[in-house]
Design a protein around this ligand. Structure first.
Ligand code: SAH
Ligand code: SF4
Ligand code: F3S
Length: 505
């Protein structure tokens, strides 16, 4: 039995009276099975029952920073907290529990946490029972320092402790609420749960409260690549993959609840390896042929692990696997790539792109770029611009290099001045805009397959995404949410496309 099952049991056993799970509430266990919470988990304490009636369904507000993994973690937190009777609210003012799900990838992340929590001072004065917790990558990184520096924070939990959140909140409530009396947590009572479950296998059932048309499914966690600029290996721990059968079972369950598209998530999905030996290409092929999904997306890919087998599987299953790849290159210069520990050269990256374009002729590419990495010269920066233009990326996500704690590059001596970084970033975006504008114009007049995610109004305006991951807004038709429809593009902008439902002739 794995540690994760124990976590579920702890959640059920350690609930305070205010944290009773609703009748028939579901809890996750590591085998991916769902099970009803046992009757016996309910408190028989009438005092507690009265309290919980008074505070029925306390509100929880989670503010989310960072990547899709954090977005998915927030959904998991809401799901777990709902199982113990919390109800999500849309503003901190309505909440009894506020969680900041933080990101530390770039620029003053710790300040952002302190500044957000500082805004909640008034709320805590008005409602002393309000609990404030910090989760995510800043929580993982800063640990008890957060509590030392900001007394408004009641607990901190790391990226591997999400499933322990209901129990953690329950313990905090038990300490602060004694019958009708409330008291603040003392410093030494505030919990910091930031250990990594190093030995436990990665077993996590996807939890989604109200799955829409498209949703995320984690397939790996952590990262072993240690790019010298990046904090993720320290904030997410060692890389682990979920067993293929668990992912399949999860996705099947999601399709039964109406999901048509999943995005498979991991810091480096290409190095996915199931216990049974299956690799990422095998997983894609099985999902495409054995589930009712209409579309499969994935992010993020690492160039060193993106191989011919994967490109071939994508093409073979192109009716389901979207012909869109996000392939971060970070720098177009081989010396800088070496200093970054990316483990490919400029030439190798370009060869990968050529291989992908041969295998998937209609592929659309996007990328991540860092400018102003320590020691980057103007000529080396120009290599980055040239690579962007040569590949023809439709979208780029570019960032100024930011020194991160624990990372090797933070200690490199020749840091690039801030104004030089800003200037390079502006020039990179300008060069890309000039190249990409005519590129997106080609969509005008084309008919794209759009999976409709939302009705924008009552009068027949819809939105969804094309296989190329473009947001499309269009007019026409009825009851289209969840359907794959052909849309004729009438106007193309860099970030969105406008169009109309293409009626059959
Ligand atoms: N696993 C993904 C990246 C996750 S972080 C990958 O390997 O591509 C998302 C992006 O943030 C990175 O691709 C990188 O471009 C950027 N980034 C990471 N650390 C950074 C830092 N210290 N400064 C600036 N940008 C950074
Ligand atoms: Fe960070 Fe590199 Fe891992 Fe991506 S592959 S998460 S950039 S260390
Ligand atoms: Fe940020 Fe952590 Fe994601 S640092 S980008 S939230 S993995």
């Amino acid at each position: 039995m794995s540690e994760w099952l124990n976590v579920s049991e702890v959640i059920l056993q350690e609930k305070s009276p205010d944290l009773l799970s609703p009748e028939g509430a579901q809890t996750s266990n590591p085998e991916g099975a769902r099970s009803s919470s046992p009757e016996g988990a309910r408190s028989s304490n009438p005092e507690g029952a009265r309290d919980s009636a008074l505070e029925e369904m306390p509100g929880v507000y989670i503010s989310t920073y960072g990547c899709q993994m954090n977005v998915n973690d927030t959904e998991r937190m809401y799901s777990l907290l709902e199982m113990v009777n919390y109800t999500p609210v849309d503003s901190p003012e309505k909440a009894q529990l506020i969680i900041v799900n933080s990101c530390s990838i770039r620029e003053k992340p710790v300040h952002k946490v302190y500044s957000e929590v500082g805004h909640y001072k008034k709320l805590k004065e008005l409602n002393p029972k309000l609990l404030i917790g910090i989760g995510g990558c800043v929580g993982q990184q800063e640990k008890d320092k957060l509590i030392q520096n900001q007394p408004l924070i009641d607990f901190v939990f790391g990226t591997d402790a999400i499933d322990e959140l209901p129990a953690l909140v329950g313990r905090a409530l038990e300490k602060t609420t004694n019958k009708k009396h409330y008291r603040e947590l003392k410093r030494e009572e505030k919990e910091v749960l930031t250990g990594f479950q190093h030995r436990a296998p990665y077993h996590v059932e996807t939890l989604v409260r109200n799955p829409g048309v498209a949703t995320f499914v984690n397939i790996t966690k952590g990262c072993d690549n240690f790019c010298t600029f990046c904090v993720v290996p320290f904030t997410r721990g060692r890389e682990k993959s979920r067993p293929l059968e668990h992912v399949l079972r999860d996705v099947q369950a999601l399709t039964q609840r109406g999901v048509k598209e999943v995005t498979l998530l991991g810091q480096n999905v290409n190095s996915y390896e199931s216990l049974c030996g299956a690799d990422f290409a095998d997983l894609l092929a099985r999902l495409a042929s054995e589930t009712d999904l209409q579309r499969i997306r994935f992010t993020t890919s690492h160039p060193k692990d993106f191989d011919q087998k994967l490109a071939d599987v994508m093409f073979r299953h192109q009716h389901k696997v979207c012909e869109y790849i996000h392939l971060p290159f970070q720098s177009g210069n081989t010396r800088i790539l070496g200093l970054m520990n990316r483990r490919y050269s400029r030439e190798e990256y370009l060869e990968k792109i050529a291989m992908i374009k041969r295998a998937i002729p209609n592929v659309v590419l996007s990328t991540d770029i860092i400018v102003g990495f320590p020691g980057e010269t103007e000529a080396e920066f120009q290599d980055t611009i040239r690579l962007v233009l040569e590949v023809g990326f439709e979208t780029i996500y570019a960032f100024k290099y930011s020194q991160r704690p624990n990372t090797k590059a933070a200690l490199f001596e020749d840091q690039v001045p801030e104004d030089v970084k800003s200037d390079r970033l502006a020039r990179l975006f300008a060069a890309h805009d000039e190249m990409a504008f005519p590129l997106v114009k080609r969509y005008e007049g084309q008919i794209l397959q759009v999976l409709v995610e939302k009705a924008e109004d009552q009068k027949g305006k819809w939105s969804g995404r094309s296989t190329q991951n473009k947001s499309v807004y269009f007019l026409g038709g009825e009851n289209l949410v969840g359907k794959m429809v052909p849309v004729r593009i009438t106007k193309a902008f860099p970030a969105v496309l406008r169009g109309e439902l293409a009626l059959p002739n």
